[in-house]
Design a protein around this ligand. Structure first.
Ligand SMILES: *[C@@H]1O[C@H](CO)[C@@H](O)[C@H](O)[C@H]1NC(C)=O
Ligand SMILES: *[C@@H]1O[C@H](CO)[C@@H](O)[C@H](O)[C@H]1NC(C)=O
Length: 372
């Protein structure tokens, strides 16, 4: 509403990457035959998976537009600003979408010119580490270091004691060093664990002696891990994290564990599997190389297209004419109906011609016979 009232252009940032609902709003309707919705990864190789994905793809946006969010917000807006165009109409007027995704690390999908992929734009080469961290990481020798962080939102301190103790016990049995982002000190931990409330994550991931990243499976952590070529063990909690965990497994970038299944043995075996089996590093490094092989950097693209939209006052040519079609027009339902009518009409005419010809021919023969 704000850009409309102030007659400004507006750009959106799709922080979770491709959101098919938003894409459809812009006229790029992606097929549920292979594009999952934001929070539900169906197995699209199977007919039941595609069925579930299709139902979710239709039901979720329908629910969102007609029940869940929009009507409540719209009602509130109407009370204060009765003259504004409807929200759903304003939404269509985005000049540019910067998407936090990239085809090398995400699903490959067709995009409109103003859906610009800038995924991993925050990733940068590692900088030298502070002295204490550097010597700790290098002092681990060839066994290497495991880096453990549940991100900035999920605090380590909210990890239930049961799970925390499992990690402490598992780590004490490993010959590796562990660097753990945890907000308070921990009593009775083994010597191979270093705890810090905040850590320079990218500089750590970029160090060759860091062998595994145990994360919550957040999108930004995953992008950093891939960029720096570090395999992962993810512990997804909510939002897009379970999907990210599933993708870590599917792409062979590492493993993903459920909290319900956690045990000291599982933690140890998972960490050993990811460090000893070279497949995971190979896959991550391959993805990292693909990701870094770009004509322009994500930041350059974001800057260019932002300025482009400003220079050309919204750059309407970037938009798809499909955005102004109704779903009946987009799915060609009107055309199919016309087809059906033409076919039915043709059949009726053919039937009539056939009947006329037959009765003419047989009618003449009948007359001939009669007068012989
Ligand atoms: C859409 O944006 C254009 C400028 O790009 C503006 O002139 C127009 O009023 C906007 N319409 C709506 C419904 O927001
Ligand atoms: C290494 O991991 C890959 C991918 O999970 C698996 O297919 C392969 O069997 C593993 N190799 C060994 C030696 O365990």
């Amino acid at each position: 509403m704000y850009p409309f009232v102030h007659e400004m252009l507006f750009i959106t940032i799709a922080s979770a990457g491709m959101d098919p609902r938003q894409s459809a709003t812009l006229g790029n309707v992606l097929s549920p035959a292979y594009v999952p919705t934001l929070f539900y990864e169906a197995n699209c190789e199977h007919v039941f998976g595609r069925f579930a994905n299709t139902v979710t793809s239709i039901a979720k946006p329908f629910y969102w537009r007609n029940w869940e969010v929009i009507p409540a917000v719209q009602k509130e807006i109407n009370v204060h600003f009765p003259d504004l165009p409807p929200l759903l109409e304003l939404e269509r007027n985005q000049s540019l979408v910067l998407m936090n995704s990239h085809f090398s690390t995400d699903l490959t999908v067709p995009l409109l010119p103003f859906q610009v992929e800038v995924g991993g734009m925050h990733c940068r080469p590692a900088k030298p580490l502070p002295e204490d961290l550097r010597s700790w990481i290098e002092g681990a020798g060839s066994a290497g270091v495991i880096y453990f962080s549940l991100g900035s939102i999920t605090k380590g301190t909210t990890l239930p004691t049961k799970y925390r103790n499992m990690f402490i016990k598992a780590f004490s049995k490993l010959n590796k060093r562990i660097l753990w982002k945890f907000e308070t000190d921990l009593e009775g931990i083994s010597e191979n664990i270093m705890i810090k409330p905040w850590l320079p994550q990218q500089d750590i991931l970029g160090h060759p002696n860091v062998k595994v990243f145990i994360s919550h499976g957040g999108r930004l952590s995953m992008q950093e891990s891939l960029y720096h070529g570090t395999p992962m063990v993810t512990l997804p909690l909510f939002g897009d994290q379970p999907i990210n965990g599933a993708r870590v497994i599917a792409n062979g970038w590492g493993l993903s564990l459920n909290y319900e299944d956690l045990s000291v043995e599982l933690i140890i075996s998972s960490l050993e599997e990811v460090t000893n089996n070279a497949t995971y590093v190979e896959n991550v490094v391959k993805t990292s190389r693909l990701y870094k092989d770009q004509l322009t950097s994500p930041v350059e693209r974001a800057v260019f297209w932002t300025e482009y939209v400003i220079r050309h006052r919204g750059a309407l040519k970037l938009r798809s004419p499909a955005a102004s079609l109704s779903w009946v027009q987009l799915l060609l339902l009107d055309v199919l109906t016309l087809f059906l009518l033409v076919i039915i009409l043709s059949l009726i005419i053919l039937h009539w011609i056939f009947k006329t010809v037959v009765s003419a021919v047989f009618g003449i023969q009948y007359l001939k016979k009669k007068f012989e």
